[in-house]
Design a protein around this ligand. Structure first.
Ligand code: PEP
Ligand code: MG
Length: 490
């Protein structure tokens, strides 16, 4: 890395000595004892590989200084991020990121994978505009979690490169070369948006309770560790869905049990008493990595994905379960399973959990008896939810998949958007049925699909008896406001 930085310095110094100075600054940082010691101690103490040690060290520093605006510190953090990324790449620990350049930009692409979105430097990404994908495809969901306004079904044109544009994620509008009047209008809207956010932040520590005393917990959905700070920032009651599969993507091989454990432990410790629901890896379909070697399928959405893949690859599944149980000793974790469609799958999981616990007991590794839940994402699970309710502690309804499987509409296909109706009566009836079946058994039920964040339905959800809604972190306070201003009886 040092050699490469020297080369870059030499190549750039004649053009702009001052700008090229950044490479010298980065060499100094890279060679500093404090930087190297931090990484070496992660390797020695936590037994992680070098690339991973560089990564956690980078993420921790970025997280710690995230809210500091002091220019010198910002510059140092930027340098630190850049040298770390360079090192990780050299160590073979990560795919090359999309280079967004130095200035914040609107990224226009044919299509982006969820991993590509997640790996992007959030501070340099103003908005995303894609040709393919839908509002409930994972790339859009990840962008939403990161608070990046995103548009889909917009055919890009090379001519747009370098031009000014406005992306309005609320109305789904893209303005290329906006005139002065529109720019002015959007500056006013942006300011209003900022003010609204400040107002909402006052509700951060308030309860999710209606005026007449009904409760519905507002939780956050996250995809990776860097979303943790926004969960706390927006005062979510906990994490209702951790999409754990993202730790398996954008890499060359399965994550090891210890790597998973360290990540879950960090989450458990950061969240303290607040609940974190870890959804076991929902891989397959649109969440692929080469090393997973999932054979080609005619219809991957209905293929070997979610719990099916886990039950098919027990070593992988057990490693994750062991990591979750080990981490449970450090906080308040719960487990849930994606894509369940039968009681037999639950029986099989129970058997595996038994084996995992025996293994931990034999080694004297501490763990808690954590609560478990089922994601209701298939019509089959919704229909037999009376029986499934007896097998677990809670349900979380994954409306993104439940909608696609109920209406037989691929959630990724932007051409079918007009048919993808998450307000369809069939779905609302199923949600009611699941809630009632859970309650009959004394269990709780929530929604973690995107429909949970649909503010036009929040009051209805409270009246339907839902106990929890898990949404993008930035939506928590908007929903809290609605809940606190309503009466169930009205
Ligand atoms: C869902 O299907 O609604 C869900 C929450 O899971 P994912 O969006 O990750 O498939
Ligand atoms: Mg799903």
């Amino acid at each position: 890395a040092v050699q490469k930085l020297h080369e870059l310095y030499e190549a750039n110094r004649l053009l702009n000595e001052q700008e090229a100075g950044v490479f010298l600054r980065q060499i100094k940082l890279l060679e500093s004892e404090s930087y190297q010691n931090a990484i070496e101690s992660s390797i020695a103490n936590e037994k992680v590989n070098a690339a991973y040690a560089v990564m956690i060290n980078r993420d921790e520093l970025v997280e710690t200084f995230r809210h500091l605006e002091e220019p010198v510190i910002r510059r140092r953090i930027n340098d630190m991020q850049e040298i770390s990324n360079r090192l990780i790449q050299i160590l073979g620990g990560a795919a090359i990121r999309i280079n967004l350049g130095d200035e914040p930009v609107i990224l226009v692409a044919e299509a982006l994978s969820p991993t590509e979105i997640m790996e992007m430097d959030k501070d340099k990404l103003l908005a995303v505009v894609m040709h393919h994908g839908s509002a409930v495809s994972h790339a859009s969901i990840m962008a939403k979690t990161m608070e990046i306004p995103t548009l889909v079904d917009v055919a890009a044109d090379d001519e747009w490169d370098g031009k000014t544009a406005i992306v309005d994620g609320y109305t789904g509008t893209f303005y290329l070369n906006p005139d002065a009047e529109i720019q002015k209008e959007y500056e006013i809207r942006l300011e209003a948006d900022r003010r609204e956010r400040e107002e909402l932040l006052k509700l951060k520590a308030q309860k999710d309770e209606t005026k007449d005393g009904s409760n519905i917990g507002l939780y956050a959905n996250i995809g990776n560790m860097s979303d943790l700070s926004s969960v706390l920032f927006y005062g979510a009651k906990g994490i209702g869905l951790l999409r754990s599969e993202f730790q398996y993507l954008g890499r060359e091989n399965y994550p090891r049990e210890n790597e998973l454990f360290l990540a879950y432990k960090k989450i458990a410790e950061t969240m303290g008493e607040k609940l974190t629901v870890i959804r076991t890896a929902d891989l397959g379909a649109d969440k692929q990595a080469e090393y997973l070697n999932i054979p080609d399928e005619t219809n991957p959405i209905m293929g070997n994905r979610g719990i099916r893949l886990c039950l098919d690859r027990k070593r992988m599944f057990k490693a994750q379960l062991r990591a979750i149980f080990r981490a449970s000793a450090y906080g308040n974790l719960a487990l849930m399973y994606p894509m369940i469609s039968s009681e037999e799958e639950m029986d099989e999981i129970e058997e595996i959990i038994r084996e995992v616990k025996i293994g931990l007991d034999e080694k004297g590794i501490p763990y808690k008896h954590i609560k478990t839940g089922i994601m209701i994402e298939t019509p089959a699970a919704a229909i037999i939810s009376d029986k499934l309710a007896e097998m677990v502690d809670f349900f979380s309804i994954g409306t993104n998949d439940l909608t696609q499987y109920t209406l037989a509409i691929d959630r990724q296909n932007e051409k079918l958007d007009e048919f993808y109706n998450p307000h369809h009566e069939a779905l609302l009836r199923m949600i009611q049925m699941v809630v009632d079946n859970a309650h009959k058994c004394g269990k709780w039920a929530g929604i973690c699909g995107e429909l949970g964040a649909d503010a036009t339905l929040t009051e209805q959800f409270v009246r339907m008896g839902l106990d929890e809604l898990s949404v993008a972190p930035s939506m928590v306070l908007k929903l809290r406001k609605i809940v606190r201003e309503m009466k169930v009886e009205e």
